[in-house]
Design a protein around this ligand. Structure first.
Ligand code: NAD
Length: 497
């Protein structure tokens, strides 16, 4: 744990200079329109600063610039070993600035400072260095051609990448894209969420310090319906990579169809089932995991274990264990290093979460923990981790992504029924299964329509395995070598010998 106390972080927060301008061609710059929007901290409702409100004019400038930089070859044709070294320096700079970046992240979107410092910043740096490390170890292919032909199968960078990211893990989601996008030689225009632009703006300068040429990484803060839409519809953006809601993911596919058929890769929402069979090897561990799966990051996690499916024969024993485990997750001041649940990102998101709690009540589910806004006197947006029992999978709280700390508990009687309920959602991002029967574990994992399945744990994984969704949770994968598919075009070159 950090040696900095809450008072130290609060002092640093007061001293912090917030950069709110866009980053274009290696320099901070105002939006073309000169417009700004306010960045409000959910920690206490304080104004953090004014942020450049970019729109289509900024997108045009950035794309033109990114294209010219790409065509110049200054980065796109640099030897992979050199790009590797630069990406590793970029990652090191994130780590050197870990405390500053963690503070920006926490003030901007409300997550606990210990999470920002020990999960988000290291995870972001790891995404940059892992992709950089890989880039000079990937080989292209020679096809199995006839004797008088040589067939080369090579990968090329796609060109100009528009990366649109959400607010729940602002820096980490950005770096899941930047790692492979930059390592493969592309020029990138990063659009952070209007709810959490600060770390994206800050790391643009660190990229220059690392030696990434100007024009390769540009950052355009602003709203989705202005600058986000402009990137989506732009005829000279080659690829859009996105993390965010399923609703906006679908919209980006429309933009691509209406413009230049740019490639669109989507990491979208989830409503993940956490299935606990009666023969789970360790019910205490399962209960603690079920609690952290809904309370970590205030439940603002695409893979949140928001549906807890429990075999009916153990439900009366198991549910009190989950309720007890959830008591360890209490919202508190995010700048206190001991806090493990912070503020929801803003008032709008808090009201959304509270309205889902209302809908749980009115649909007849039984509230067994939490359910209220708290710490109102701080000026921040805090909601207690909440559990509803007696939920049917047809209820709104079981079908829709809440993106807050609200857990729905659903009983089942057989493995078949558990799988049917688990898959009965438009989403397919992640799932977990708890059992000590190895066949049941494998058969259930195979039957689950989800991009990640965890057995006897919740939320495992690192850069080595792909991450992404089935169904309306998206397409393509972040992390691992599979992520490189998004950022490269495959070319076949036939040489007559
Ligand atoms: P969101 O879809 O509202 O916004 C995501 C980004 O899209 C933001 O930068 C936003 O400004 C932009 N945007 C909004 N409207 C746009 C438009 N018309 N054109 C272009 N861009 C537009 O999502 P959010 O509320 O920021 O994030 C929460 C969502 O992200 C949840 O659904 C969550 O499940 C999902 N998420 C998914 C993953 C994953 O890897 N699958 C990871 C984290 C979050």
């Amino acid at each position: 744990m950090t040696t900095l106390t809450r008072a130290d972080w609060e002092q640093r927060a007061r001293d912090l200079k917030i950069e709110g301008r866009a980053f274009l061609n290696g320099e901070y710059t105002d939006a073309v329109s000169g417009e700004t929007f306010e960045c409000i901290s959910p920690v206490d409702g304080r104004l953090l600063g004014k942020i450049a409100s970019c729109d289509a004019a900024d997108a045009d400038r950035a794309v033109e610039n990114a294209r010219a930089t790409f065509n110049s070859g200054v980065w796109s044709r640099l030897a992979p070993t050199k790009r590797k070294a630069t990406m590793i320096r970029f990652a090191s700079l994130l780590k050197q600035h870990a405390e500053e970046l963690a503070l920006l992240e926490t003030l901007d979107m409300g997550k606990p400072i210990s999470d920002s410092l020990y999960i988000d910043v290291p995870g972001a740096a790891q995404a940059l260095s892992w992709s950089g490390e890989a880039i000079d170890k990937i080989y292209d292919e020679v096809a199995a051609t006839p004797h008088d032909q040589l067939g080369l199968v090579t990968r090329e960078p796609v060109g100009v990448v528009g990366a649109i990211v959400p607010w729940n893990f602002p820096l980490m989601m950005a770096c899941w894209k930047l790692g492979p996008a930059l390592s493969t030689g592309n020029s990138v225009i990063l659009k952070p969420s209007e709810k959490s632009p600060l770390t994206a703006i800050r790391i643009a300068a660190l990229a220059i310090e690392a030696g990434i040429p100007k024009g390769v990484l540009n950052v355009l803060p602003g709203y989705g319906h202005t600058v986000g839409k402009a990137l989506g519809l732009h005829n000279d953006v080659d690829t859009l990579v996105f993390t965010g809601s399923t609703k906006i993911a679908k919209q980006l596919m429309v933009y691509a169809g209406e413009s230049n058929m740019k490639r669109v890769w989507l990491e979208a929402g989830g409503k993940s089932p956490n299935i606990v069979f009666a023969d789970a090897p360790d019910l205490q561990a399962a209960a603690e995991s079920a609690a952290s799966a809904i309370a970590f990051n205030q439940g603002e996690v695409c893979t949140a274990g928001s549906r807890l499916l429990v075999e009916r024969s153990i439900k009366d024993k198991f549910l009190p264990m989950v309720i007890e485990a959830l008591k360890a997750w209490r919202p508190g001041n995010p700048l206190d290093p001991a806090t493990n649940v912070g503020a929801l990102v803003d008032t709008q998101q808090m009201n959304t979460v509270l309205s889902y709690i209302e809908s749980g009540h009115s649909d007849g589910a039984k509230l067994v923990a939490g359910g209220k806004r708290i710490l109102q006197e701080t000026g921040g947006t805090y909601v207690e981790p909440t559990i509803f029992d007696g939920v049917s999978n047809a209820m709104k709280i079981a079908q829709e992504e809440i993106f807050g700390p609200v857990l729905s508990v659903i009983a089942f009687d057989s493995a078949e029924e558990a799988i049917q309920i688990a898959n009965d959602t438009p989403y397919g991002l992640a799932a977990a299964v708890w059992t000590q029967d190895i066949s049941k574990a494998h058969l259930t994992a195979k039957a689950l329509r989800a991009g990640s399945v965890w057995v006897n744990q919740y939320d495992g994984g690192d850069m080595t395995a792909p991450f992404g969704g089935f169904k309306q949770s998206g397409n393509g994968r972040d992390k691992s070598l599979h992520a490189f598919d998004k950022y490269t075009e495959l070319k076949a070159t036939w040489i007559k010998l």
